[in-house]
Ligand binder design. Sequence first.
Ligand code: RET
Length: 237
Amino acid sequence: MVEPSDAVQVWLWIGTIGMALGALAFLLMAARERPGNRWFHTITFFIAAIAAVAYLAMALKQGWFPILREGQDMAEPFYWARYVDWFFTTPLLLLDLALLAGATKEAIAWLLGLDVMMISTGFFAGITASDSRYVWFIVSSVIFIWMLWILLAEVLKAAKQRPPEVRSKFNQLAVLLAVLWTIYPILWLLGTEGFNVIGITGEVATFAIIDLIAKVGFGFLLLSNRKVLEAARPNMT
Ligand code: RET
């Protein structure tokens, strides 16, 4: 199978519309706030907007190429547009959380640096047809665990100094992030990039659902409580 099927297309359009509606909602929520109090809205808007663009490209049958991987008998589409999306949006998601926690600049640099390394090495895993892709997969996974460690140790430590409502919002979002992000490497292994157990449709559908929760769901949870945002406002204008 080389041309994306109709079922795949439906899921890509669901992703596009969901991300675009999320971006629009975050924009409207930003419009209610006064300038200087919209840091979280701005970051969260771009997370959904960038994903909407990447999904639109994929829904228009762009941002992929066919690849015949070792151990598989058919070429499958490799959607590289996902990785471009993740390269920009996963650091922004982490920045949202780190600013909420009031993390140090040093912790933020570690978190974001590890994250872009995780996505870059994950991209190498994705474009590699030979079994060497599993070497890249392991490198990316080790960096992922390291990044989670910084988040759940360093950044959590900073969050403990915050007012109770900020701390509990941080805990809620950090747990959501840790659980949801762990699904990505598992899905990668089960999908066409790995052992291809669930097929391209199952993979694209599951990615669309977890992407929407990780970006739009996360964004609503973060932006819904104005008291929390006010108390966590970064010291920047
Ligand atoms: C890959 C494969 C290689 C190993 C690891 C991965 C992790 C990816 C993650 C992606 C998160 C994406 C999000 C998107 C939101 O829309 C690259 C799949 C560890 C954690 C949150």
